[in-house]
Unconditional design. Sequence first.
Length: 625
Amino acid sequence: MQTPPKPHQSARRYRRLAFVSLRQEKDIQEIPTTKVPACNAAEIEPDNPFYYQATIPMMILTSISRQQKQSAPTMQSEISGAASSATISGIGNIVGYILKTGSTFLMQHGLGAASFGLYALSFSVISFIASLFTFGLDDAMVRYIAIYRSKQQGGLVRNLIIFCTALAGIAGLLGGLGILYFAPLLATQLTHHAETAPLLQLMAPIIPLTSMQMIWIAGLQGFKDFKKRVLAQRIAIPAIVLLLLLATCAFFPKSLLAITIVTSISTLLSTLSSFYFLFGRVARMEVAKSDYDVREWLGFSAPNFLTNIVDIILDAIDTLLLGYFGIPKIGIGQYSAAIKISGFIAMPLTSLNAMFSPTIAELHSQGEKQKLEAMFQVVTQWAITFSLPLFCISALFSTALLEILSGKDFIAAWPLLIAFGLGGMANAGTGSVGIMLLMTGHQKLSFINSLVAVVINITLGILLTPRYGAMGTAISTGLATAIVNIMRLLQVRFLLHVQPYQKETLKPLGAGLISSLVTGEMLYLISFTKWTMHIGHVHIPVEISLIPVFLTLYAWILRLFGTSPEDNHVLHRLKQKLKLDTIHIAARSKPSRQATTGQRQERLLHLTTTRETKNKQKGIQITHE
């Protein structure tokens, strides 16, 4: 069972895929597409089938066009489909993140801070090694499957999948065998915790499984196959793993061995589901004999692999620093618990990036600078609006959240949670600056930014971790994130001449400040009372009851401040679209008696006509009385 990604991890993975999609744009630009008119902003068209396919980016563009007194833009169906698929993927990622984080919280309750620290450290080492053995071939899968599929070259698709699977699988197998042999050395020299050696050996099979899984998931992305994969890998399998963990904690309490076995089972299930969906898709293609274009595949993968190494190091460096400098296993467990909770702050921006990046690329290619800036500002405002209350809750209720979600052993991690929250808000507060650079063709600059983040993180980590422990690592990670996002913000301003802020951005900031002050005063008053809450034998901090109060106050103040015309238009269209979708589904599932009778008459007439035609062909005359 893979632990949830760090707050910056999911966004970085998405940026890599966006980079690949930009590289393949030239190769697929000749594919014929169908032009789809954007929705009319003045009225609702229930009879128009494309109305049911409207996406949030299309609604915003329509509103922007009305504000600028321009005609609504005509978008290609490829962009609409990409936005819809990204929306499905974004929702699936959110649900999957919640389920996986729930599994992590369950492990924290079952193991305690010390044992969970050993688990988190071991799993970070395994994940780091497994990510290295894809050699950038996952990016090649995304790019070339999209190209070969568009050209109906099924043989090349098959050969590419076989080559990438074999290379990544063999490399991952060798890596797993290496872990089995060198686990004691890694435990003493890298993690400085000898107890991790048997855990590393138990997790060794995860390396080849993860390597092949990354290749096969990339292949599914090349096929643009989202819905079934998201349902299986993001929802079904995490739900099954959550049930397995519940049974494990019930029958094998505080068993680190049992938790590790469940982790391996989870990885196996995810890998098998990727295999099933990918090779099922390939089986439906017409496959002709083709050559192996290995030189081109490796020529594309090698430079991408260098880029990915930077991202892989940035993902794993904080946990590895904790182990290398001998931070106690309790501190590592508390660090991991804090970073899991703070990951929710990054979810709104990650989902918005997935939904809006295809539209941003389209507007840039059309030279629509004014609409691009308006879109950029709307996305940033929404990211701040949804991320700010999550940050305020994590800061105001840090001790209560850690006690409920992770356990009493993790309450001491509340300063780490606030530090990670500040880093997450620095990321959300600058908006989609990273995606803006990628989707407008500044890939080299994005690589330099990631490299700068690694250098800052490692340098500050080496300086601060020995002195301040886990808090030093958290500070180095947060500062690296903040500095790089400020760099991106300046680059977007001077290269693209756009900026993400408008007057409307002050509204969520004001609402968050007022709500936090009022809720903080209430928390201060509650601290003088002796109120307690218990559900069975579980103690629930009474402060947690103020979270709904904070959210209600935040939403009420936002409403008092008012919303922009674009926000009003989108919310209105969403309400009408949901209402019409409900009516549309009900009409399809419950046809009226009149419609059913008409359908029967049509079928009867069709059968009669067909029978008469056959009889005439046989020379039989039918006389109707």
